[in-house]
Design a protein around this ligand. Structure first.
Ligand code: OXD
Ligand code: MN
Length: 596
C-alpha cells in the first residue's frame, strides 16, 4: 500500500505534478524534503545503511561522504540530451531535438513503474536567494537519496521555498528516476515550452541534479531570452584592490578549462603583499540582468560547487581543496582505507597504499603499476559555497554584483593571444560566438581538433544558437554602461607543446590589465582582432615569465587568423538566416582587417 506523506503545500500545480508523476512512476512512498538537519541526517544514515554512500572520517573530513556511480554513468551525456520544442527549427542546428509529444510518449514508457519499491522524494528548491525577485523555483522529484543530498548542497532547499511559491506560483518541473541505469534508455529531456525536465537512467550529477545544467542553463537561457535576461555558463569573481575597491568580472570557459580555479584564484605573493584579493561569487553559472543603474548585474543561482577533483591540490586551488573539507560529497574518487578519507590523481604524490578505486576494486600496487587510475578523471566534489575561504561577501546578495568586464576563453595552442579586448559590444559578442577549444592533443605538440563552443554554451543553450547570439546583441542595446568584453587564452604553447604561460594565480596579472582597460587607465595596441596589451603593461614582477615569452604569447599571426576566419565562416553557415547580421558584418570586418 503506497504511503504518501501529507503535502507541505496547497499549491495545486505542485500537487498535480506530483500526482501525475506518482501515477506514472508508482513509488511506494512519497517523502517531502523540508531542508531540516534532522531529515538530512536520517537520509545520510539510510544511504550509508544501503551502501549508497560511505561515511568518511568524522575527525578529518567532518560530515563528508563518498559515493560511487555505476561504471557506465560517469559524465554528462550530450548525445542523449534533447531540447524538445514543438518546432524543430527552434532547437537549432547544435542541439539534439525531439518532438515533445514523441519525447513524452517514449519517456513515459521508461518511467512507467520505475519507482516501484522505491521512495519518491519531493525537493522544493530555489535557484538564487529564496524569495528574491531574481530567483526561480524548481521542484525535483527523484528516487535517489544521492540526488537529494547533492541538491541540498548545490541549491537552497526547504519549506521556505514552498512558502515563497505560495498557492499559485509557477516552477520548473523536474522528474528524475535512476530506473535501471540502462545506458540505452538514458535520456535528459528538456521541454522549455512546458518548464519541464525529465531525466532517466542516470545517477551522475550533471544529468540528475536538475537545478544545475538542465534548469539554470538550458531552461533558464530560454526563459532569459523571453524575459530579457541571460543565463550564462560563467564564473563570477571580485577583484579587490589595496584601497578596498572591488570590481566584478564574469568569465565563460568550456568545461575543463579551469573555471573553478580562476573563480578561486589566490593572487601571487607580490599582489598579496600589496593587499590585492580575489573573491569568488560563483564558479559555473551566472544569471545576468540589466540593473536600474543601466549596468549588467550578475548573480550565482547555485549554493555550492560541483567541481572536478583530479588536479585539485594545495598549489592549483587551495581554496577549493579547503572548501571540500567539510559537508562534502565526493563522487568516484579513491577511498583511502588507512584513514577513511579520499584521494585523487594530482592531490599529492602519496597515493594511499590500502585503497579502493572509483569502480570499487582494490587499488593495490599491481593496479597502480598497470596504470589503473584510482579516481575517475571526471570524479567530483559537491561542496557548500559557504565553506570557501574566499567566498564573496556579496554571495548572498539577491541583486548580485555589477559587472565591469566579461571574459571569454578557450584552449588554443597558437591562435588566440594571452588576452585581447573587443572593440565594441557587438564585436565582443562576435568574440564570444567564435570561442573554441582544441583537444588536448595540443599538449603533445600536435595541433588539436577545434571544437567551437560559443560562450561555452554549446552543450547548454536551450534554444537556437543563432537566436541566442541575437539575444546577446539585443541585450547590449539595453545596457547603458556596457561591461567591456575580452578574450583570454592561458594555453598558448611553444612548438614542443609546452605551455608558455604559468596560469593559475598568475592569471591575476591579466585580470589586472583587463580592469585597468575598463577604468581607462592603460593603453593598448590595436591588432586585426582587437586590442592587445603593450607587453610592458602586464606586470611581470615576481613572475617566472620572460618579457620575450610574454611578447610571443601576445602576438596575433595574420596567416593563422586567416585560417581561423575560414573556420568561423564554415561554423556560421549552419545558422543560416538566424545568424544576426551584426555577426556577419563582424566577420567581414575581421577579414578586411586581416587583408590590410
Ligand atoms: C560542469 C561542466 O560540470 O561544465 O560544470 O561540464
Ligand atoms: Mn560547467
Amino acid at each position: 500500500m503506497a504511503n504518501y506523506e501529507k503535502a507541505l503545500t496547497d499549491n495545486q500545480k505542485v500537487l498535480r505534478f506530483i500526482d501525475e508523476s506518482a501515477a506514472l512512476c508508482q513509488p511506494d512512498r512519497i517523502v517531502w524534503i523540508d531542508g531540516s538537519k534532522k531529515q538530512r541526517d536520517e537520509l545520510r544514515a539510510e544511504a550509508c545503511a544501503t551502501g549508497e554512500m560511505i561515511k568518511l572520517n568524522e575527525d578529518l573530513l567532518p560530515e563528508c561522504y563518498l559515493h560511487r556511480t555505476a561504471v557506465n554513468d560517469v559524465a554528462r551525456v550530450e548525445d542523449r540530451t534533447f531540447i524538445c520544442c514543438r518546432d524543430k527549427n527552434d532547437a537549432g542546428p547544435i542541439n539534439n531535438w525531439m518532438d515533445p509529444k514523441d519525447a513524452y510518449k517514449m519517456a513515459s514508457e521508461i518511467f512507467k513503474g520505475s519507482m516501484q519499491g522505491r521512495t519518491m522524494y519531493v525537493i522544493p528548491y530555489s535557484m538564487g536567494i529564496v524569495g528574491s525577485e531574481f530567483s526561480k523555483v524548481g521542484i525535483e522529484l527523484t528516487d535517489s537519496i544521492y540526488v537529494v543530498l547533492n541538491m541540498e548542497i548545490m541549491t537552497r532547499v526547504g519549506t521556505d521555498v514552498l512558502e515563497v511559491l505560495g498557492k499559485d506560483g509557477d516552477f520548473v518541473k523536474g522528474l528524475h528516476s535512476k530506473c535501471q541505469l540502462d545506458e540505452s534508455k538514458r535520456y535528459i529531456l528538456h521541454f522549455p515550452e512546458d518548464n519541464t525536465i525529465w531525466s532517466c537512467n542516470s545517477g551522475y550529477g550533471g544529468n540528475v541534479l536538475l537545478g544545475k545544467k538542465c534548469f539554470a542553463l538550458r531552461i533558464a537561457s530560454y526563459l532569459g531570452k523571453n524575459e530579457g535576461w541571460m543565463a550564462e555558463h560563467m564564473l563570477i569573481l571580485g577583484f579587490e584592490k589595496p584601497d578596498g575597491d572591488v570590481k566584478y568580472i564574469a568569465a565563460a570557459f568550456p568545461s575543463a578549462c579551469g573555471k573553478t580555479n580562476l573563480a578561486m584564484l589566490i593572487p601571487p605573493a607580490y599582489y598579496r603583499e600589496k593587499g590585492y584579493k580575489v573573491w569568488c561569487v560563483g564558479d559555473d553559472i551566472a544569471w545576468i540582468r540589466v540593473g536600474a543603474d543601466g549596468r549588467l548585474w550578475a548573480m550565482n543561482p547555485e549554493n555550492g560547487f560541483f567541481g572536478v577533483a583530479p588536479g585539485t591540490n594545495e598549489k592549483s586551488n587551495p581554496n577549493a581543496l579547503h572548501t571540500t573539507q567539510k559537508g562534502t560529497i565526493f563522487t568516484n574518487v579513491v577511498h583511502n582505507l588507512d584513514n577513511n578519507t579520499v584521494w585523487w590523481e594530482g592531490l599529492d604524490k602519496n597515493p594511499p597504499k590500502n585503497a579502493i578505486d572509483w569502480k570499487g576494486n582494490p587499488w593495490d600496487d599491481a593496479a597502480k603499476a598497470a596504470g589503473v587510475k584510482g579516481a575517475h578523471p571526471n570524479s567530483r566534489f559537491t561542496a557548500p559555497a559557504k565553506n570557501c575561504p574566499c567566498i564573496s561577501k556579496e554571495f548572498d546578495n539577491p541583486k548580485g554584483v555589477p559587472l565591469s568586464a566579461i571574459v571569454f576563453g578557450g584552449r588554443r595552442a597558437k591562435t588566440a593571444p594571452l588576452v585581447y579586448q573587443s572593440k565594441s559590444w557587438d564585436n565582443g559578442v562576435f568574440v564570444g560566438s567564435i570561442m573554441a577549444s582544441e583537444t588536448t592533443a595540443a599538449a603533445t605538440g600536435a595541433v588539436g581538433v577545434v571544437r567551437r563552443d560559443p560562450m561555452a554554451m554549446r552543450p547548454f543553450c536551450g534554444y537556437h544558437m543563432g537566436d541566442y547570439f541575437q539575444h546577446w546583441i539585443d541585450m547590449g542595446k539595453k545596457v547603458k554602461n556596457q561591461p567591456k568584453i575580452f578574450n583570454v587564452n592561458w594555453f598558448r604553447t611553444d612548438d614542443e607543446g609546452h605551455f608558455l604561460w604559468p596560469g593559475f594565480g598568475e592569471n591575476m596579472r591579466v585580470l589586472e590589465w583587463i580592469l585597468k582597460r575598463c577604468e581607462g587607465t592603460v593603453g593598448a595596441v590595436e591588432t586585426p582582432i582587437g586590442y592587445v596589451p603593450d607587453p610592458k603593461d602586464i606586470n611581470l614582477e615576481g613572475a617566472d615569465v620572460s618579457e620575450e615569452t610574454l611578447k610571443e604569447i601576445l602576438t596575433v599571426d595574420k596567416e593563422t587568423w586567416k585560417k581561423e576566419a575560414e573556420g568561423i565562416e564554415e561554423f556560421y553557415k549552419q545558422f543560416g538566416d538566424r545568424l544576426p547580421k551584426e555577426l556577419s558584418a563582424e566577420l567581414a570586418t575581421l577579414k578586411e582587417n586581416l587583408n590590410k
